[in-house]
Design a protein around this ligand. Sequence first.
Ligand SMILES: Cc1cc2nc3c(=O)[nH]c(=O)nc-3n(C[C@H](O)[C@H](O)[C@H](O)COP(=O)(O)O)c2cc1C
Length: 269
Amino acid sequence: MTDAQGPDLAAVRQLNKTISARRSVRSFEPGPEVGREVLAEIAEAGRWAPSGANSQPWEICIVHEPGPLAETAGLLAAQADRLNEHCKGFPHVHKKHWVHQSVAIFVVFIDVRWADAYPVANDSEIDGAEYAANRDNILLVSAGAAVQNIQLAATAAGLSSAWLSGGGEPQTARELQEALGFPDTHVPFGTVPVGWPHRRSDSRWRRELDDVIHWNGADAGRLRTRQDIDHYIEKERRDSIYRDAQTRQELQEGRDASRQEIDPVDDGA
Ligand SMILES: Cc1cc2nc3c(=O)[nH]c(=O)nc-3n(C[C@H](O)[C@H](O)[C@H](O)COP(=O)(O)O)c2cc1C
């Protein structure tokens, strides 16, 4: 028997305050020292993430001592330089290497061998057609849950963070493995610099709640079209990643472009 209080909507709303306060910030500045106790508590949030088959396929490496921190930041900065060189169509990530101002970098390594702990069909043909690819999905989304929890806990501590996916690129992955002493079974799918934000951004653009909910089945009229996606990539992506919601809207409407100079959320401008 439950004790029939009904769902605690107030608690959900309170939790959603922290969730919606989380913001990717790509510009840090020096601030008060953040000790191991706080960093470990942030990792604790990652530990409690759900994972396929409760495999907990992660190792959470917290890099915070000056030497390893500088080396890890340097690898991420070099990765950003390569990305800017090779992926010209992707909005410029940053000009300054703000990662060097991190108080710590959480590197979530995933032991890819854990994919074997997820469903494997007895018949190899069916396994290939039906299950094999989903094992990789399960591994990756498990990693995502851990990284998300880490970001939320950093937010609760008053810090900010950014989720950098470049650690999963082969060259950077190899370099991080070598620098931090992890074997090649462990891939750094989530790299999360944490620091004191250079400025706080109140909000980031999100689709409206009514646009994302499909009650009991697809509301086909609200599914975005290929054209919508192409439009986003071409016209909206940069402002959606790097601007606060209000500045984004003004820029999208062609209004008050002067704000562009004074109110970028981070160094992505
Ligand atoms: C899987 C994943 C990978 C991401 N990779 C990067 C990245 O490599 N560099 C970066 O600056 N931001 C990265 N982000 C952050 C997104 O750009 C950001 O979450 C999004 O623009 C929404 O902004 P918000 O986090 O402030 O709400 C990533 C986010 C996710 C979930």
